[in-house]
Design a protein around this ligand. Structure first.
Ligand code: DAH
Length: 345
Protein backbone atom coordinates (compact mmCIF):
# COMPACT_ATOMS: atom_id res chain seq x y z
CA UNK A 1 0.00 0.00 0.00
CA UNK A 2 2.52 2.52 1.18
CA UNK A 3 5.04 1.41 -1.43
CA UNK A 4 2.43 1.92 -4.18
CA UNK A 5 1.62 5.41 -2.97
CA UNK A 6 5.32 6.32 -2.89
CA UNK A 7 5.83 5.01 -6.43
CA UNK A 8 2.85 7.02 -7.68
CA UNK A 9 3.90 10.26 -5.94
CA UNK A 10 7.52 9.80 -7.07
CA UNK A 11 6.27 9.80 -10.66
CA UNK A 12 4.22 12.89 -9.96
CA UNK A 13 7.18 14.73 -8.44
CA UNK A 14 9.47 13.74 -11.30
CA UNK A 15 6.95 15.04 -13.83
CA UNK A 16 6.50 18.34 -12.01
CA UNK A 17 8.57 21.05 -13.69
CA UNK A 18 6.98 24.50 -13.39
CA UNK A 19 8.88 27.37 -11.77
CA UNK A 20 5.80 29.57 -11.45
CA UNK A 21 5.72 30.90 -7.93
CA UNK A 22 2.07 30.14 -7.13
CA UNK A 23 2.15 26.57 -8.53
CA UNK A 24 5.41 25.89 -6.76
CA UNK A 25 3.85 27.03 -3.51
CA UNK A 26 0.98 24.62 -4.05
CA UNK A 27 3.51 21.85 -4.64
CA UNK A 28 5.23 22.72 -1.35
CA UNK A 29 1.97 22.70 0.57
CA UNK A 30 0.84 19.45 -1.05
CA UNK A 31 4.03 17.48 -0.38
CA UNK A 32 6.09 19.30 2.24
CA UNK A 33 3.43 21.20 4.20
CA UNK A 34 2.55 20.44 7.83
CA UNK A 35 -0.56 18.69 6.60
CA UNK A 36 1.08 17.43 3.43
CA UNK A 37 1.55 14.02 1.81
CA UNK A 38 4.98 13.37 3.35
CA UNK A 39 3.60 14.01 6.82
CA UNK A 40 0.72 11.57 6.08
CA UNK A 41 3.06 8.91 4.76
CA UNK A 42 5.32 9.16 7.78
CA UNK A 43 2.23 8.82 10.01
CA UNK A 44 1.16 5.69 8.10
CA UNK A 45 4.71 4.34 8.33
CA UNK A 46 4.40 4.20 12.12
CA UNK A 47 1.76 1.48 11.72
CA UNK A 48 3.63 -0.92 9.39
CA UNK A 49 5.23 -4.19 10.52
CA UNK A 50 8.84 -4.13 11.72
CA UNK A 51 10.11 -6.12 8.67
CA UNK A 52 8.45 -3.70 6.29
CA UNK A 53 9.90 -0.77 8.24
CA UNK A 54 13.40 -1.93 7.45
CA UNK A 55 12.93 -1.81 3.67
CA UNK A 56 10.41 1.01 3.55
CA UNK A 57 12.34 3.32 5.88
CA UNK A 58 15.05 3.90 3.31
CA UNK A 59 12.54 4.32 0.45
CA UNK A 60 10.59 6.84 2.48
CA UNK A 61 13.63 8.95 3.32
CA UNK A 62 14.68 8.99 -0.32
CA UNK A 63 11.17 10.04 -1.27
CA UNK A 64 11.26 12.93 1.19
CA UNK A 65 14.67 14.05 -0.08
CA UNK A 66 13.40 13.88 -3.66
CA UNK A 67 10.45 16.15 -2.89
CA UNK A 68 12.64 18.65 -1.00
CA UNK A 69 15.34 18.69 -3.68
CA UNK A 70 12.77 19.18 -6.43
CA UNK A 71 11.18 22.05 -4.60
CA UNK A 72 14.53 23.76 -3.89
CA UNK A 73 15.85 23.43 -7.41
CA UNK A 74 12.67 24.70 -9.05
CA UNK A 75 12.54 27.58 -6.61
CA UNK A 76 16.13 28.60 -7.38
CA UNK A 77 15.57 28.25 -11.10
CA UNK A 78 12.47 30.45 -10.92
CA UNK A 79 14.26 32.98 -8.74
CA UNK A 80 17.14 33.32 -11.16
CA UNK A 81 14.82 33.75 -14.11
CA UNK A 82 13.10 36.60 -12.30
CA UNK A 83 16.19 38.25 -10.88
CA UNK A 84 17.24 36.51 -7.67
CA UNK A 85 15.71 37.92 -4.52
CA UNK A 86 12.67 39.24 -6.40
CA UNK A 87 11.40 35.73 -7.09
CA UNK A 88 7.65 35.61 -6.89
CA UNK A 89 7.27 39.29 -7.72
CA UNK A 90 4.77 40.12 -10.43
CA UNK A 91 6.86 41.95 -12.95
CA UNK A 92 3.85 42.82 -15.07
CA UNK A 93 2.53 45.24 -12.44
CA UNK A 94 3.10 48.95 -13.26
CA UNK A 95 6.06 50.52 -11.42
CA UNK A 96 5.72 53.01 -8.62
CA UNK A 97 5.97 56.51 -10.09
CA UNK A 98 8.12 59.13 -8.41
CA UNK A 99 8.09 62.90 -8.85
CA UNK A 100 10.71 64.35 -11.16
CA UNK A 101 11.67 67.97 -10.61
CA UNK A 102 11.45 70.63 -13.30
CA UNK A 103 13.84 73.40 -14.26
CA UNK A 104 12.72 76.88 -13.38
CA UNK A 105 11.47 78.78 -16.46
CA UNK A 106 13.99 81.57 -15.82
CA UNK A 107 16.83 79.04 -15.75
CA UNK A 108 15.57 77.55 -19.01
CA UNK A 109 15.43 80.92 -20.74
CA UNK A 110 18.79 82.03 -19.36
CA UNK A 111 20.41 78.87 -20.65
CA UNK A 112 18.82 79.24 -24.07
CA UNK A 113 20.15 82.79 -24.37
CA UNK A 114 23.61 81.84 -23.13
CA UNK A 115 23.80 78.97 -25.63
CA UNK A 116 23.01 81.30 -28.54
CA UNK A 117 25.75 83.75 -27.58
CA UNK A 118 28.18 80.91 -26.84
CA UNK A 119 28.01 80.12 -30.53
CA UNK A 120 29.30 83.65 -31.22
CA UNK A 121 32.18 83.17 -28.79
CA UNK A 122 30.71 85.03 -25.78
CA UNK A 123 31.82 83.70 -22.41
CA UNK A 124 29.74 83.91 -19.21
CA UNK A 125 30.88 86.18 -16.35
CA UNK A 126 29.34 87.02 -13.00
CA UNK A 127 29.69 89.77 -10.43
CA UNK A 128 28.49 90.50 -6.87
CA UNK A 129 24.89 91.39 -6.04
CA UNK A 130 26.06 93.77 -3.33
CA UNK A 131 27.80 96.58 -5.17
CA UNK A 132 29.42 99.93 -4.53
CA UNK A 133 28.37 103.19 -6.14
CA UNK A 134 31.42 103.18 -8.43
CA UNK A 135 30.57 99.91 -10.20
CA UNK A 136 26.82 100.36 -10.26
CA UNK A 137 26.69 104.07 -11.17
CA UNK A 138 29.78 106.30 -11.33
CA UNK A 139 31.97 104.22 -13.62
CA UNK A 140 28.93 103.81 -15.88
CA UNK A 141 28.78 107.57 -16.35
CA UNK A 142 25.69 108.23 -14.23
CA UNK A 143 25.64 111.95 -13.33
CA UNK A 144 25.87 112.75 -9.62
CA UNK A 145 22.20 113.69 -9.41
CA UNK A 146 20.80 110.94 -11.62
CA UNK A 147 17.39 109.78 -10.35
CA UNK A 148 18.42 106.09 -10.54
CA UNK A 149 20.70 106.74 -7.55
CA UNK A 150 17.66 107.86 -5.61
CA UNK A 151 16.32 106.11 -2.52
CA UNK A 152 13.19 105.45 -4.60
CA UNK A 153 14.98 102.98 -6.82
CA UNK A 154 17.96 101.63 -4.99
CA UNK A 155 18.17 99.48 -1.87
CA UNK A 156 21.05 101.04 0.03
CA UNK A 157 22.96 98.94 2.52
CA UNK A 158 25.57 101.39 3.80
CA UNK A 159 26.19 105.06 3.22
CA UNK A 160 29.73 106.13 2.39
CA UNK A 161 32.70 103.83 1.86
CA UNK A 162 35.88 103.76 -0.19
CA UNK A 163 34.05 103.41 -3.50
CA UNK A 164 30.85 105.18 -2.47
CA UNK A 165 27.58 103.93 -0.99
CA UNK A 166 27.02 100.19 -0.79
CA UNK A 167 23.76 98.97 -2.35
CA UNK A 168 22.09 96.00 -3.99
CA UNK A 169 22.95 96.29 -7.68
CA UNK A 170 20.15 97.78 -9.76
CA UNK A 171 21.38 96.26 -13.02
CA UNK A 172 23.95 93.80 -14.34
CA UNK A 173 25.79 96.61 -16.17
CA UNK A 174 27.99 96.75 -13.05
CA UNK A 175 29.60 93.48 -14.16
CA UNK A 176 30.79 95.18 -17.38
CA UNK A 177 32.84 97.54 -15.25
CA UNK A 178 34.35 94.75 -13.16
CA UNK A 179 35.22 92.81 -16.27
CA UNK A 180 36.90 95.72 -18.06
CA UNK A 181 38.75 96.85 -14.91
CA UNK A 182 40.27 93.44 -14.39
CA UNK A 183 41.10 92.38 -17.91
CA UNK A 184 42.44 93.46 -21.27
CA UNK A 185 40.39 93.79 -24.47
CA UNK A 186 39.01 92.11 -26.47
CA UNK A 187 35.97 91.32 -24.31
CA UNK A 188 33.10 89.21 -25.45
CA UNK A 189 30.92 88.25 -22.50
CA UNK A 190 27.43 87.59 -21.28
CA UNK A 191 26.67 88.46 -17.66
CA UNK A 192 23.49 87.00 -16.18
CA UNK A 193 22.32 87.73 -12.66
CA UNK A 194 19.77 88.99 -10.17
CA UNK A 195 19.14 92.70 -9.73
CA UNK A 196 17.14 94.69 -7.17
CA UNK A 197 14.94 97.78 -7.30
CA UNK A 198 12.85 99.39 -4.64
CA UNK A 199 9.46 98.93 -6.29
CA UNK A 200 6.09 97.88 -4.95
CA UNK A 201 5.41 94.25 -5.86
CA UNK A 202 2.63 93.73 -8.40
CA UNK A 203 1.90 91.60 -11.46
CA UNK A 204 4.12 93.89 -13.53
CA UNK A 205 6.89 94.92 -11.11
CA UNK A 206 9.00 93.20 -8.49
CA UNK A 207 11.71 94.27 -6.06
CA UNK A 208 14.08 91.76 -7.64
CA UNK A 209 14.34 90.32 -11.11
CA UNK A 210 16.97 88.96 -13.51
CA UNK A 211 18.95 90.47 -16.33
CA UNK A 212 21.51 89.41 -18.88
CA UNK A 213 24.14 91.93 -19.81
CA UNK A 214 26.21 91.65 -22.98
CA UNK A 215 29.52 93.31 -23.75
CA UNK A 216 31.70 93.29 -26.85
CA UNK A 217 34.85 95.41 -26.90
CA UNK A 218 37.60 95.25 -29.51
CA UNK A 219 39.28 97.40 -32.11
CA UNK A 220 36.91 98.82 -34.73
CA UNK A 221 33.64 97.52 -33.27
CA UNK A 222 30.76 99.43 -34.84
CA UNK A 223 27.01 99.86 -34.51
CA UNK A 224 26.67 97.52 -37.50
CA UNK A 225 28.26 94.74 -35.37
CA UNK A 226 25.74 95.46 -32.62
CA UNK A 227 22.81 95.25 -35.02
CA UNK A 228 23.98 92.08 -36.70
CA UNK A 229 24.74 90.34 -33.39
CA UNK A 230 21.34 91.15 -31.90
CA UNK A 231 19.57 90.31 -35.16
CA UNK A 232 21.20 86.87 -35.14
CA UNK A 233 20.23 86.41 -31.49
CA UNK A 234 16.57 87.17 -32.21
CA UNK A 235 16.44 84.80 -35.21
CA UNK A 236 17.87 82.03 -33.05
CA UNK A 237 15.58 82.68 -30.08
CA UNK A 238 12.28 83.44 -31.79
CA UNK A 239 12.76 81.86 -35.20
CA UNK A 240 13.78 83.06 -38.61
CA UNK A 241 11.67 85.84 -40.03
CA UNK A 242 11.31 87.65 -36.69
CA UNK A 243 11.77 91.33 -37.47
CA UNK A 244 13.77 93.78 -35.36
CA UNK A 245 13.76 97.56 -35.13
CA UNK A 246 15.95 99.97 -33.19
CA UNK A 247 14.55 103.10 -31.58
CA UNK A 248 16.87 105.88 -30.34
CA UNK A 249 17.01 105.99 -26.55
CA UNK A 250 19.18 107.20 -23.70
CA UNK A 251 21.41 105.36 -21.21
CA UNK A 252 24.27 107.14 -19.43
CA UNK A 253 26.74 104.37 -20.30
CA UNK A 254 26.12 104.11 -24.05
CA UNK A 255 26.30 106.64 -26.86
CA UNK A 256 24.41 106.35 -29.10
CA UNK A 257 21.80 104.29 -27.24
CA UNK A 258 18.83 102.37 -28.55
CA UNK A 259 15.98 100.14 -27.53
CA UNK A 260 15.30 97.10 -29.65
CA UNK A 261 11.82 95.85 -30.51
CA UNK A 262 10.91 92.58 -32.18
CA UNK A 263 7.83 91.84 -34.26
CA UNK A 264 5.21 90.50 -31.85
CA UNK A 265 5.75 86.79 -31.16
CA UNK A 266 2.02 86.20 -30.76
CA UNK A 267 0.35 88.04 -33.65
CA UNK A 268 3.47 88.28 -35.89
CA UNK A 269 2.89 91.99 -36.29
CA UNK A 270 -0.85 92.09 -36.96
CA UNK A 271 -1.66 93.61 -33.59
CA UNK A 272 -2.86 91.93 -30.39
CA UNK A 273 -3.20 92.54 -26.67
CA UNK A 274 0.41 91.57 -25.93
CA UNK A 275 1.89 94.19 -28.27
CA UNK A 276 -0.90 96.66 -27.47
CA UNK A 277 -1.94 96.53 -31.12
CA UNK A 278 1.38 98.01 -32.29
CA UNK A 279 2.80 94.78 -33.74
CA UNK A 280 6.09 95.35 -31.83
CA UNK A 281 7.39 94.43 -28.38
CA UNK A 282 10.45 95.88 -26.71
CA UNK A 283 13.00 93.33 -25.52
CA UNK A 284 16.25 95.10 -24.68
CA UNK A 285 18.35 98.24 -24.33
CA UNK A 286 21.67 98.60 -26.12
CA UNK A 287 24.24 100.99 -27.49
CA UNK A 288 27.89 101.74 -28.16
CA UNK A 289 29.87 101.77 -24.90
CA UNK A 290 30.43 105.44 -23.98
CA UNK A 291 34.14 106.35 -24.29
CA UNK A 292 33.93 107.75 -20.73
CA UNK A 293 33.03 104.26 -19.47
CA UNK A 294 35.98 102.70 -21.30
CA UNK A 295 38.34 105.30 -19.83
CA UNK A 296 36.85 104.85 -16.34
CA UNK A 297 37.81 101.20 -16.63
CA UNK A 298 41.34 101.95 -17.87
CA UNK A 299 40.72 101.15 -21.52
CA UNK A 300 42.06 103.36 -24.30
CA UNK A 301 38.92 104.69 -25.98
CA UNK A 302 40.93 105.86 -29.01
CA UNK A 303 42.05 102.34 -29.75
CA UNK A 304 39.00 100.38 -28.62
CA UNK A 305 35.25 100.63 -29.07
CA UNK A 306 32.44 98.32 -28.14
CA UNK A 307 28.77 97.67 -27.79
CA UNK A 308 26.67 96.59 -24.84
CA UNK A 309 23.14 95.43 -24.28
CA UNK A 310 20.94 94.45 -21.38
CA UNK A 311 17.73 92.48 -21.21
CA UNK A 312 15.34 91.27 -18.53
CA UNK A 313 15.11 87.48 -18.37
CA UNK A 314 11.55 87.64 -16.98
CA UNK A 315 10.53 89.74 -19.98
CA UNK A 316 11.91 87.19 -22.44
CA UNK A 317 10.30 84.33 -20.49
CA UNK A 318 6.95 86.19 -20.44
CA UNK A 319 7.02 86.49 -24.21
CA UNK A 320 8.01 82.87 -24.64
CA UNK A 321 5.56 81.29 -22.18
CA UNK A 322 2.91 84.03 -21.97
CA UNK A 323 3.21 84.41 -18.22
CA UNK A 324 1.12 87.37 -17.15
CA UNK A 325 2.12 87.74 -13.49
CA UNK A 326 5.75 88.35 -12.50
CA UNK A 327 5.13 87.11 -8.99
CA UNK A 328 4.74 83.54 -10.25
CA UNK A 329 8.49 83.38 -10.86
CA UNK A 330 9.35 83.66 -7.18
CA UNK A 331 6.39 82.09 -5.36
CA UNK A 332 7.57 78.48 -5.73
CA UNK A 333 4.06 77.26 -6.50
CA UNK A 334 4.59 73.77 -7.88
CA UNK A 335 1.38 74.02 -9.94
CA UNK A 336 3.18 76.71 -11.94
CA UNK A 337 6.68 75.22 -11.88
CA UNK A 338 5.68 71.69 -12.84
CA UNK A 339 4.35 72.97 -16.16
CA UNK A 340 7.94 73.28 -17.35
CA UNK A 341 8.72 69.60 -16.85
CA UNK A 342 8.64 68.71 -20.49
CA UNK A 343 10.93 71.60 -21.41
CA UNK A 344 14.53 70.75 -22.21
CA UNK A 345 16.38 69.30 -19.21
N1 DAH B 1 21.18 98.54 -17.53
C1 DAH B 1 19.98 98.83 -18.29
C2 DAH B 1 18.75 98.63 -17.42
O1 DAH B 1 18.86 98.10 -16.36
C3 DAH B 1 19.87 97.92 -19.47
C4 DAH B 1 20.90 98.23 -20.50
C5 DAH B 1 20.63 99.16 -21.48
C6 DAH B 1 22.13 97.61 -20.47
C7 DAH B 1 21.56 99.46 -22.44
C8 DAH B 1 23.08 97.91 -21.45
C9 DAH B 1 22.77 98.84 -22.42
O2 DAH B 1 24.28 97.34 -21.48
O3 DAH B 1 23.73 99.13 -23.38
O4 DAH B 1 17.69 99.05 -17.80
Amino acid sequence: MLQEKITQYTAEINAFSTTKADELEQFRIKFLGTKGIIKDIFDEFKAVSPEEKRTLGKVLNEFKQLAEAKYQSLKEEGGQAQGGKDAGMDLTLPGEGFEVGARHPLALVRREIVEIFNKLGFIVAEGPEIEDDWHNFSALNFPEEHPARDMQDTFFIKKGGEKGDIALRTHTSSVQVRMMEHGKPPFRALMPGRVYRNEAISARAHCFFHQIEGLYVDEKVSFADLKQTLFYFVQELYGEGTKVRFRPSYFPFTEPSAEMDISCTICKGDGCQLCKYSGWVEILGCGMVDPNVLENCGIDSKKYSGFAFGMGIERIANLKYEIKDLRLFSENDTRFLSQFKSALI
